[in-house]
Design a protein around this ligand. Sequence first.
Ligand code: GDP
Ligand code: GDP
Length: 438
Amino acid sequence: MSKPLVAIVGRPNVGKSTLFNKLAGVRLSIVEDTPGVTRDRIYADCEWRDRRFALVDTGGIEPYSQDIILSQMRRQAELAIEKADVIVLVTDLKSGVVATDAEVAVLLQKSGKPLLLCVNKCDSIGAPPAEFYEFYNLGLGDPIPVSAAHGHGTGDLLDAVYDLLPPEEEDEEDEDLIKVAVIGKPNVGKSSLINRITGEERVIVSNLAGTTRDAVDTEIENQFGRFLLIDTAGIRRKSKVEDAIEKYSILRAKMAIERAQVCVILIDATEGFTEQDSKVAGLAHEAGKACLIAVNKWDAVEKDGRTMDEARKKLMQDFSFMSYAPIIFISAKTGQRVDRLMELIKFVNSQNAMRISTGMLNDVLGDATARVQPPSDKGKRLKIYYITQASTRPPTFVCFVNRAELFHFSYQRYIENRIREVFGLEGTPVRFIIRERG
Ligand code: GDP
Ligand code: GDP
């Protein structure tokens, strides 16, 4: 269910981002057309020999200044140790082994996490030069020579990563357990909400197998069901750079989203909608998770009879790219509508897992195409022969058509809306895969 995480760690200028782009760039597709999704490439979904994993460039998070390199390296390493399944320490043949490399190597090795040592900038093909052997001194086993710039060695590196990936998770999901990530920018009330939800309840597990990456996941059971609340607490330490805080919290959100089935996107009612809210929401949308928008601190807002309707209208515009997401106004502080929130979480989770029969889908399709003719171009009209649901989480529909390029986004949207009208699919994104058939 959740993808293993591979973290790239290393000093500035050793070539981490070049390597990241090389590993990420060629073999994956990042959907970048979701508004609000961060373009910074510090996180990418990768696939190698039929295994999928997520790649994180921990060094891409902050701009460096010379005097604080070591402390930032420690932070990178800590994040990697805490979250990653495999860590790749990148070093630089040209600069040789430097003290920071050695310090970080010790830190990483102590963690016991699967670790690879990559020596970048080995640009010449053939036996590595004498300087390469110096890297054995780091005590991390055989260094892997790579040229991120030219690409050689990257396949070997990916093979080595592959060998260290944790065994594939069985697909036997615990059907009743709903995995929830409460996401949002710092101070919006994530911890307060989680405390509110878990507060009076019996906390059953704090350190289940599979939650080891996140020691503070909490499993609870209440009258609404069983929930695993995935921790997303942001890094509290002050950073000199505002931007870095934001990137850290986005990265953390992304990692939590991966593991969740339902994302509760928390907005601060006293601040209203911000760019960062839409970035975080965009990640959940892109990941195909069940989503709902919870406006927290509703107790702190001065209200009259129209306040909620107006706020809702405004939010529907702000989140127009996820118009399927229900909006709820809550207070983690007073507990207002937190019960309703739990019901909604359960509901959107079921919608995200919905399976629609092919027969019913094609009835809806027939009806939809009869009402609004499919588009045509230069005398050629789109024909949609057949539609079927390929998978759930999110519901993904395969459409067989005569000419894919005729299936414009607006008509896809129309079909999507017709399907939603009939089947609901509230709180979940859906996907379409268009296949041509002669
Ligand atoms: P980062 O700070 O670790 O992310 O490093 P960058 O990816 O920004 O690379 C730092 C510098 O090293 C850039 O000038 C890159 O062009 C260069 N570089 C990266 N990989 C290689 C490589 O494989 N060979 C050589 N010769 N230069 C490289
Ligand atoms: P996090 O950073 O998202 O985990 O946010 P916290 O849970 O730490 O909350 C940040 C601040 O907002 C704290 O001072 C909370 O007391 C306050 N807060 C959280 N939820 C509410 C709420 O529903 N109403 C009000 N008035 N304050 C809240």
